[in-house]
Write a protein that binds this ligand. Sequence first.
Ligand code: ADP
Ligand code: MG
Ligand code: MG
Length: 882
Amino acid sequence: MTKWVYTFDQVSEAESLVGDWDSVRGLLGGKGANLADMTRLGVPVPPGFTITTQACNAYSDAGQVPDGMWDEVAEALAHVEEHTGKVFGDPSNPLLVSCRSGAKFSMPGMMDTVLDIGLNHEVAESLVDISGDAHFVYDSYRRLIQMYGSVVLDKADEPYEEILTEFREKTGAAIDADLPTDSLKEIVERFLEITPEFPSDPDAQLKLAVEAVFRSWNSRRAIDYRNASNIPHDLGTAVNVQTMVFGNLGDNCGTGVAMSRHGATGENHIEGDYLMNAQGEDVVAGIRATLTLDHMKENMPGIYDELLATADQLEKHYRNMQDMEFTIESGKLWLLQTRDGKRTAQAAVRIAVEMAEDGLISKEEAVARVTPDQIDFFLHPQFSAESRKAGDLLAKGLNVSPGAAVGIIAFDADTAVDWAAEGKDVILVRPETKPDDVHGMLAAKGIVTSRGGRTSHAALVARQFGKPAVVGIAELNIDLDARNMSIGGRVIDEGEFISIEGTGGEVFLGQLPTFVPDINDHWLSSLLEWADDIRRLKVLANADYPVDANRARDYGAEGIGLCRTEHMFFEAERLPTVQKMILADTVEERQKALDVLLPFQREDFRGLFEAMSGMPVIIRLIDPPLHEFLPGAEELKSEIAAATDDAEIATLEKILARVFELHEENPMLGFRGVRLGVLMPEISRMQARAIIEAACDAKENGATPMPEVMIPVSIHVNEIRLLKKLIVEVAEEVMEARGVKVDYKVGTMVETPRAAMTADQLATEAEFFSFGTNDLTQTTFAISRDDAEKSFLIQYVDRGVLPVNPFQTLDRDGVGGLIKIAVEGGRKTRPGMEIGICGEHGGDPESVHLCHELGLDYVSCSPFRVPVARLAAAQAVLNEKA
Ligand code: ADP
Ligand code: MG
Ligand code: MG
């Protein structure tokens, strides 16, 4: 037979019945389980009992309480009466109780509590005699009727509040608790007039209150809250019936809340608020100014010490920071609730580290307790919670790249660059972004778009460069001609300030103050060092420039996993030379242009080797199709139309002809990557020379360069054989000429199913593999990311056709399956060969876990994701152990 009710001293029984503590919490709810647990620990808790979540579910299913439940309630109530020496409903010695909801997971303020159950006229009059405090009795009575009206009978609060206001005005009382006793008595009568259904029978009061708490589980706001916080709907709530203790019995009474450590900073010091002579919700209601615990220390030192000792005891027991509710009745402390406290990212890190330093938890537990998002917090400027609350919220969109940014609106990339050059902070606002906008995105402090999803260009670039971004604000209307945007009937001009919050996806009008968390924060550094001790995966960074490499090293990167050489080609002073190289009609002409590019590349690479001395630097040979370096056909046509000079027209026409020649239907699957090197070997030769010469330079400067030359989008071992031969020739020649020896490797990216399936063959030539998981995902799914995200992919994920966006989180079965085959194939041919991934996925915690499982050596991600990847890699080890 199901047991529906457990008294607080029956927790061991519940535990032996359902097994572990998590199941006890499921059965009794978090509040009930902990009240019973505290009782067992000897912490002062007013006696009571818990009606289980199973009873709630039975009620929800059948529309009535299960058979036998009320009998068990009566029995438990008798047990409480025995304990307290008081009797529920007996005017000569009345017991009053509260009826409190409490689900497995805390749903603050979502469900309801009724205090002071058991009062009626007769009980009230007798209680006045017993307590000698009529004010307290009628204050409690009027609270009961109002709470009962709103919680059990679903009545609006306003009529009650109107009556209270009327009496405050009449008597000059500042707050309800100051109302004279006579007024409180009158108020009780007036309340009863507007609450004719209020039962005077205490048993009826209790039963109806219990059923109301059951029903509150399925209230609109509770359902919405569960949807928003991913709490299952079938858990049900427990109901706790508990002896009332009174904080409103005079000046040696009070009620309050306390955290065993500081919830915002994590400081190891109790903090809290309380009110003297007050009950229940008064503290949170915010009507009276609360007092701090320092005040309690002065005025009730004994209680303060006991609270401190209890907090300490509970922390040690739960091995976590506790959030407690307490009441002081006539100089005696009672605990009414305890749970693990909510905390900011900074507090989470500090608390985890200090608890481990104190030996309360292990270092592994500390590492496991902090989430990757909490680490991410330290890498971006933030708005304080207060400034967000006070801010003028314009819109909400997708929170695709975390952090806060403030600046003036610029509606195009060039404007953003110009204004940034003038020293202004700019937010780039676009309908969507394209590769042409990247210079503006880099110049901007943050990015907002009205279209696009989580893996849109704007989102990817923003994350790559650590720029806060909010995208996909559908209601935002951007008028690029009028240079303004409108939303919710408001029109905002270019040049006006906005503040964006990429962690929550909010856009505010005006300038919100920001602060930058400290990445060198002592506690964060300790935590990440512990993570480093635990993890097996190395963490490298994707970086193209020495500044990025230095930042990556500060963040703990152990090398560069991907340097995209073509980024260096896009720089303003170099692009014309790159274009000359592409337009060249003869090999000689092309070589001339390459000779101009060589010193630029060499300088860039030397900087990288010096920044990453003693660590691998993996440099990818040119990858994109050549047309990407030329202007678009439309642009050229209008330039030709506008040009007057014949020579200029001739040049432009030549470029246009080449653009047409290079045009491909599917450039992503076209003439790019290794194929450029095979058919235009002089490009690869120049790049190989720049790499090896730079390594020689770096070595002469005292650094230890570890270059690895990486061949992109290979599909056949023959491609690698050709390019490797060429690279080795150049390298030997350079080293010979320079009289310097550097260790280098030649390897390939694995970005196509064919490469993965023939990895054993590729490994006969390739000395390392790096999975380019963006391309590998595209080629495995046979969908183009840019097109898919614009059309169907986001809806696919929304409707659950695909479980996740595979461009955000590595697809375990498909892409992961190919990686597995490639790892096995590669290592069969070349045991112990170095294998890793580069690309967005390297900074995604779930993907990092998969890389760990697949036995890769490293993940490489954007510098800003390095600390996150370090934590995720450690958590992958801990998960595996668990
Ligand atoms: P919530 O889940 O909204 O915090 P609670 O059940 O914790 O609701 O009740 C809210 C407040 O009511 C408690 O913080 C406490 O101050 C007061 N309260 C509840 N039960 C009792 C009781 N038995 N005696 C005194 N005060 C109580
Ligand atoms: Mg509470
Ligand atoms: Mg690629």
